[in-house]
Design a protein around this ligand. Sequence first.
Ligand SMILES: Nc1ncnc2c1ncn2[C@@H]1O[C@H](COP(=O)(O)OP(=O)(O)OP(=O)(O)O)[C@@H](O)[C@H]1O
Ligand SMILES: CCCC(=O)O
Length: 372
Amino acid sequence: MSQSMYRILVINPGSTSTKIGVFHNEVPLFEETIRHNQEELAPFETINDQYDFRKQKIVELLHREGINLSKIDAVCARGGLLRPIEGGTYTVNDAMLEDLKVGYAGQHASNLGGIIAHHIAQSLNIKAYIVDPVVVDELSDLARVSGLPGIERTSIFHALNQKAVARRYAKTVHKKYEDLNLIIAHMGGGITVGAHNHGKVVDVNNGLHGDGPFSPERAGTVPAGDLVRICFSGEYYREEVMKMLIGQGGLYGHLGTNDAVKVTEMIRQGNEKARLIFEAMSYGVAKEIGSASTVLKGKVDAILLTGGLAYGKELVADITERISWIADVSVYPGENELQALTEGALRVLRGEERAKKYPKEIEVNTNFSKRR
Ligand SMILES: Nc1ncnc2c1ncn2[C@@H]1O[C@H](COP(=O)(O)OP(=O)(O)OP(=O)(O)O)[C@@H](O)[C@H]1O
Ligand SMILES: CCCC(=O)O
């Protein structure tokens, strides 16, 4: 195995931010979060339309920080709404780029990860990778069944951060991730709660397409009959309804902001509506965790709370009060995704793992773009 030093540029587009970093092997040389408010992103019809805007922000930042791109060995990004695949590090190839551009399984900020990584890598004549994309699918057969034939439950979640945090926790208790049963709530712009059974995420809410708790900007599960009424009211185009569910639901829909820090300030200033909505969001997360505990038949080693919202002390206290009877709760504010992306790329660069090839023609019956 080679002992070379590698310099890696990592890119993580999230719904409300683009996080970037430059790592020298496992050591971060530079990390920064570029926040995007709703007003900035509102003019873009699709996620793909945000390509120039987000790439420009990244290039400007790297330039300002004096990062010499010619010394970079690989670019690695978070991606994307691809076909359901197993976890791991994948080389960005033409088949993947095509699926990311059309949004094979829908629109998601992380679709831009692979595309931006590819273009930067191509200009430097180096390889681009993605690691543990949001479509990592380890659901049990039971978890796939919905109450409507023809609609299958699918796995779209914060796979990269949930797995990274799980491994981090496992280290602290001197166990392997594969030896533990964990419930992990990633609480960012979107919220996903995964039931991790010995290293496999056997059930998780599809945080993107209207399943689970509402979040800063996702509607989560809403009463289906009322949603059907809205869809057939003649008042909205399909894209408008999708936007309501994905970018303009949750905190944003109720309070006009997806920023939990602002909402906390509104509450401090006595805004009772803000208090109700914010508590309802914690309540929804706690309820989803309770539900995940039944998936694991109550055998839960720990519950981990992570994502940007986990910085919020009141929110964490509120959730913990409702769930601490299930298992011990540990909090990992923010996410470890840049580090996890770097480690995924390093495993390949060091020859510890082979980069997986993204499949184009595989048997899947979860083609969301055809079904919507
Ligand atoms: N210090 C803080 N206290 C409370 N909330 C915070 C804090 N910092 C960030 N947040 C909130 O966390 C949310 C964003 O989380 P995060 O940065 O994990 O999202 P993202 O990466 O854009 O999206 P996702 O995690 O869904 O991919 C926002 O509502 C933001 O206001
Ligand atoms: C990562 C998928 C869930 C979301 O973005 O809401």
